[in-house]
Design a protein. Sequence first.
Length: 295
Amino acid sequence: MVKTPTPDHAKTSVQLTHPERIYWPDDGVSKQDLVDYYALAFERMAPFVVDRPLALLRCPDGIKGPRFFQKHAWKGINPHIEEIADPQDKDGEKLLRIRDLDGLAALVQSAALEIHPWGTTTAHWEKPDMIIMDLDPGEDVAWSAVIAGAQDIRDRFSAMGLASYVKTSGGKGLHVVAPLTPKAEWPDVKKAAEAIAGGMSADSPEKYLSVATKAKRTGHIFVDYLRNGRGNTAVAPYSTRARPGAAISMPLAWEELTEETGPASFTVKNAASRLQQGAANPWADFFEAARPLKS
């Protein structure tokens, strides 16, 4: 599956049980294939998943079996997946964190087929380091309209003095993400995201919704700003999705965002060429581009 040799610095000490177990049966993607893919992706993925509270979609029998969305530990959890206390709920159930590639491999061993981090690290729990806008198109929405929505968000971030980065969701839509200097707290970041979504809906009500009303979804794009509250999550850059096709939420350069690049174009099977040493990394300067959120 992933044929590129794993570099020495990307080896894991986690022993997989049943590495041949197939997680995506129609695509033939196994547990070993997923670890091999993440070994290639880890250097780019690490800043977005390491030292962050995580929520996980676990599918022990693969994507066609039962699935569990978990943010707390389970019986027999691998020791490379750390349990950590939420500072605002020190007596509550522990949250989950990984620190390295071994932690990521332990998630694969645990059948975590989607990784959903908080938009902050455990170094600054109350101060997010990104704003995440999720474009979720309803039925009959053209891909070109989703691209136009992402470009609209980019312009709105720019007007706020913020850089922005785009990635496929691995599902139907796109995520546009702005890096933040971690100074503003959760309520202010969520309010800023809500203002963007509300502005788009007010300016173009025939295109966008900022409230997830199912009856009105057809023909509209839901601009989901709710990823930006404390404890809310969005799928990580480079994470797989537990859907047919073994698609990845893939970071893109803005110029790559064309009608030929669909929301699920990048998969475990075809990602290696983007992740080889020396290949362009469109999000390489993500955190260097961070700016404070203005009041």
